[in-house]
Design a binder for this molecule. Sequence first.
Ligand code: ATP
Length: 308
Amino acid sequence: MITVNGLIRTYGEFTAVDNVSFEIGQGEIVGLLGHNGAGKTTIMKMLTGFLEPTDGRITIDGLDIDRDREAIQKKIGYLPENCPVYPEMTVIDYLDYAAALHDVPETERLSRVREAIRKTELTEKATQPINTLSRGYRQRVGVAQALLHHPDILILDEPTNGLDPSQVQHMRDLIKEAAQEATVILSTHILQEVQAVCDRVIIIRAGQKVLDATMEELRSAHRLLVTVDGDPDRVDSALKGVGDIRSVERLPGDGGRQSYALAFRNREEVERSAPAVASALLEQGCALYAMQPEERSLESVFLEAANR
Ligand code: ATP
């Protein structure tokens, strides 16, 4: 649905986005994760047609951002990093104005504004001038304007930036609800944000894509952890008989039972080989006390990819 190919953006000599490619399917919630200055905002501005790529191609539902920018923008709801809400307008007046900008037909505007206010729980604040709202509520107004025209794609730049914990929770719920009807791309430098709402993460470092994986792939390592009580030579010969094992690491133990990490090529091999490992160990007279696929912490994956 969204295809980004060889995207490059330079500012003078400086390359802010460096040959980034990815595809995002309908209904996915994808987090663009990276440190400050990694290039997330620049990518989002290009996806929304507000910034021209230096090179590369962006297509959305077969439309090309170069040729069909307006048609693409109609499909997108965008919460920019600093959403330009007009401070002196009331919430309801601003949203009515934003609906007009989004080409919502006049006859539908009021109901769309009401709906966006309800979804973002802004009812109590609807008649207040925006400059009297807290940052969290202003951020909700930003999301409300992005939802008004029922976009197929929501692009949210740092949606929880500067919010307090309860506002963060509300924003996450809002994003998940919006994701039932739209593809969502959000940017953040907070790993927990991605963990809480996304089903896939793209890590950007110094303008380059350094990792693109589903949350499940990220969590699952390619190792099987087993704990046995048995002679190490017997364990060794048992494991040698299981074809797919690439390497065996003896983990620090407490002297009695011994744990081993068995490396495989991928998660499927881990799952497929587990019964063979168990029977090979039992055949060699080793008592098997525990067996589980290794789980990786997202923190370690992020630190590895973002700082490499
Ligand atoms: P943050 O999390 O701080 O918002 P980001 O990942 O969104 O960071 P970008 O705003 O995309 O990062 O910026 C990427 C790099 O491009 C940064 O080094 C930034 O200073 C640089 N940059 C962005 N806009 C411009 C500009 N108009 N002129 C020159 N450099 C720019």
